[in-house]
Design a protein around this ligand. Structure first.
Ligand code: TRP
Length: 361
């Protein structure tokens, strides 16, 4: 008898268990492993090597999960999972439906508050079948705490032409009406080049519970990012420029776009408290060895040691880094008055494929 071939669940559960122990998550990691099958849905039991059953946009190889490591000064790092729950009969509508159902069933167990979710849901769901996604989750894991959940809605759920209006309405429904004007003036100002791409909600009901709006900036420069961040207290332009230059440029990012996110924390209703800039580093370097170098530089420039990154990478793969690309998908920098800089590194699971090194133009 041959051993059964490993599944997508086996692959991801192994990575999650190793990352949990590297980050020191203890029981929180165990709680995450426990719900991983539900979060994966029909993708869980799929055999590795048979290709994705749904071409999720969570990751380049269509893995249904992407890991990230969020580092903040003076606080234990958080491990996060971004994912799409895959239905038995997968399409974006069914996938969203299955995740929503899971969240409703898990609300008591994880003390989720679905109040704001329910207030905005009909703007985004059921949504168009041709949207790239309709509902994603993020699981945020910190030692000594219950897993926290976030959800991401797609502003283009009813077509990209309606994205702005939907974001404006969603903000109004969660008590952030004045925030839209601010976004329109400072960040949605390059026509179709600036597109809202995610509307995210924390599902816990605590004072620091957040609403986040993400905007992709096609063909933007570091100077555009500085302008987008300008009105937010405590954002230092020099840090943003340094961050972009680590990718080897400060002029146009014409492959995958830079993305800004704006975080609203009550009681500030008219302007964001935190600005984050996401750089899809994999598009701007040839391979993961170069991506690791650049990311380590971002970490050290912002006061973090790169050793945790190196250990996390080895929880995911043992291949030579120069033999693939996209393992480090994004790196982001978080700035705001009430905090010291934070850096998050997004790491691919490569459950379905390793991308080859790239030819850079
Ligand atoms: N894979 C998609 C992309 O790269 C969506 C995505 C996954 C993403 N993780 C992200 C976008 C982190 C921005 C930041 O665009």
């Amino acid at each position: 008898m041959t051993a059964p071939s490993p599944t997508v669940f086996d692959h991801l559960a192994g990575q999650l268990a190793r990352l949990s122990s590297t980050v020191g998550l203890g029981d929180t990691g165990a709680a995450a492993l426990d719900i991983l099958p539900d979060l994966l849905g029909a993708a869980a039991e799929q055999q590795l090597g048979t290709g994705p059953i749904w071409p999720s946009d969570v990751a380049d190889d269509h893995s249904p999960v992407e890991f990230s490591l969020a580092m903040d000064t003076g606080r234990a790092p958080a491990l996060r999972l971004l994912g799409e729950t895959i239905s038995e009969r997968p399409d974006v509508v069914q996938n969203a439906h299955q995740l929503r159902h899971f969240l409703q069933a898990a609300a008591d167990r994880f003390d989720l508050s679905l109040d704001r979710f329910n207030r905005v849901a009909d703007l985004f769901l059921p949504g168009n079948y041709d949207a790239t996604f309709l509902l994603w989750y993020s699981l945020v894991l910190r030692p000594g705490r219950r897993p926290d959940f976030k959800v991401y809605f797609n502003p283009a759920a009813q077509g990209p032409e309606n994205a702005r209006e939907i974001v404006a309405e969603a903000l109004a429904r969660v008590g952030l009406g004045p925030a839209y004007d601010h976004l329109a003036r400072h960040t949605l100002c390059r026509g179709d080049h600036d597109q809202p791409v995610f509307f995210a909600l924390d599902l816990h009901d605590q004072p620091h519970s957040r609403v986040k709006v993400y905007v992709a900036h096609e063909d933007a420069s570091a100077a555009d990012a500085v302008r987008c961040a300008d009105p937010i207290n405590g954002v230092e332009a020099d840090r943003l420029i340094d961050f972009c230059s680590v990718a080897g440029r400060t002029d146009r990012f014409s492959s995958r776009p830079l993305i800004s996110s704006y975080t609203y924390v009550s009681p500030d209703t008219d302007r964001p408290s935190v600005y984050s800039l996401y750089l899809p580093i994999r598009d701007y370097v040839s391979d993961d060895e170069a991506a690791r170098e650049r990311t380590a530089t971002v970490l050290t420039h912002n006061g973090f040691q790169p050793d945790l990154l190196d250990r996390a990478i080895r929880c995911l793969t043992d291949r030579p880094l120069a033999e693939g690309s996209g393992l480090i998908a994004h790196v982001s920098l978080r700035l705001g008055a009430a905090m010291r800089p934070g850096v998050t590194v997004y790491l691919s699971s490569e459950a379905h494929a390793v991308s080859r090194p790239r030819q850079l133009n």
